[in-house]
Design a binder for this molecule. Structure first.
Ligand code: SAM
Length: 239
């Protein structure tokens, strides 16, 4: 008899989430590319443009995984810290990108960041906030480590705006993605979890409100790929 993991509760258990990402670390970027039909490259460019990193700035890319999002930020010359709580992801990131002098990988739990107050000019999190077990705590921590007037960019899966497309997309997520993931990934459960966590995640407006409630101002969002992904921005109030 096989025992299915209790996926509904998976996101509430940081150790299991960290372990799951440790397992997928090596093949993670390639699998994402396939499952998103190559769209993830466009989403990364849009995120980088929204963060608008400049040389001399210090930027935190939280839940950075293997650093795919961080590399694009570091090419600006800014000092980029890629933080993630999965040792497997951090090790794979260091192996791939260890030679980039202005990019460092740090083991960091989003709900208890190992950084000082007001340390970063900008903080960003791509496809990570949804995985964090306590989203409010992560938004509070991101605010704490950002300089007054500093900026936040959240890139996350969201809700397609065109209703007929939304139905097709839900079908893709729940029916097509798990068998495709089984074919291309050694850890297909991680992608079943991905589909379920996207379905349960707040839509554009609701996430905007969470960010506002955490204390960020000038909160706004824009949709990418018809709302499959949304980019939310915020600013830390001046002291
Ligand atoms: C889907 S990956 C995203 C990686 C990368 N940002 C990207 O765009 O490819 C999500 C990452 O969130 C990390 N993560 C989940 N919960 C976390 C937490 N509480 N603190 C830090 N990282 C966390 C996981 O380890 C994983 O590497």
């Amino acid at each position: 008899m096989t025992h299915e993991p209790n996926r509904a509760d998976l996101h509430k258990d940081p150790k299991r989430v960290s372990g799951m990402f440790d397992e997928v670390a090596a093949g993670y970027d390639r699998t994402n590319d396939i499952l998103s039909l190559g769209q993830d490259r466009l989403w990364r460019v849009a995120t980088r443009n929204a963060v608008a990193p400049k040389a001399g700035e210090r930027i935190l890319d939280l839940a950075a995984g293997t650093g795919a999002s961080s590399v694009a930020l570091a090419s600006s010359g800014a000092e980029v810290v890629a933080g993630d709580f999965s040792p497997g992801m951090i090790a794979e990131g260091r192996r791939r990108h260890g030679r980039i002098p202005n990019l460092s990988f740090v083991e960091a739990d989003a709900t208890n960041l190992p950084f000082a107050d007001d340390e970063f000019d900008a903080v960003t999190i791509s496809f990570g906030l949804r995985n964090v077990n306590d989203v409010d705590a992560a938004l509070d921590e991101l605010l704490r480590v950002t300089k007054p007037g500093g900026r936040l960019v959240v890139c996350e899966f969201s809700r397609p705006t065109f209703k007929p497309f939304r139905a097709v997309y839900q079908n893709y997520l729940m029916r097509a993605l798990p068998p495709v993931a089984r074919a291309v990934s050694k850890e297909p459960d991680a992608y079943v979890y991905l589909a379920e966590s996207i379905r349960e995640w707040p839509d554009q407006r609701a996430l905007g409100l969470l960010i506002k409630h955490a204390g960020w101002t000038h909160v706004a969002y824009r949709n990418l790929s018809g709302g499959i992904v949304a980019l939310h921005r915020g600013t830390k109030p001046e002291a």
